[in-house]
Design a protein around this ligand. Structure first.
Ligand code: AMP
Ligand code: ZN
Length: 118
């Protein structure tokens, strides 16, 4: 497994720091966001470190992550009601933790906002 020193999500994947784990298998882990923006706010990450979705992530791993989005949404009870999947990438994309992660947001009707930050 490839880890990056001082990466907080690598530490969660290695169980070096705690997280509320929702789902885990050999290559990915889903856990609750520590600062939820909506009632359901769960993150899916690869256990291996990739800075972002723009970091030459193997397509099999991307498939693994995204094919588990609906699975994690089901575990969280929002598969039927609907949810939003967000992947912030890089500085202008609003990424603050530089280990690839997919947000699953739900449990409330979400506003549509795709424009620049005000
Ligand atoms: P982003 O802005 O897309 O990089 O999102 C990073 C997310 O990681 C934010 O929603 C944070 O609340 C969340 N986060 C940061 N540190 C932790 C942590 N130790 N455990 C769980 N979630 C975290
Ligand atoms: Zn990492």
């Amino acid at each position: 497994m490839s880890n990056k020193p001082d990466c907080i999500f690598c530490k969660i994947a290695a169980k070096e720091i705690p997280a509320e784990i929702v789902y885990e298998d050999d290559s990915i882990i889903a856990f609750e966001d520590a600062n939820p923006q909506v009632p359901v706010h769960t993150l899916i990450i690869p256990k291996d470190h990739y800075d972002s979705i723009a970091d030459n992530v193997p397509s099999e791993l991307l498939a693994k992550i995204f094919s588990n989005v609906a699975n994690v949404a089901k575990i969280k009870g929002v598969r039927e009601s609907g949810f939003r999947t967000v992947v912030n990438t890089g500085d202008e994309g609003g990424q603050t933790v530089h280990h690839l992660h997919v947000h699953i947001l739900g449990g409330a009707a979400l506003p549509i906002h795709m424009g620049p930050a005000d």
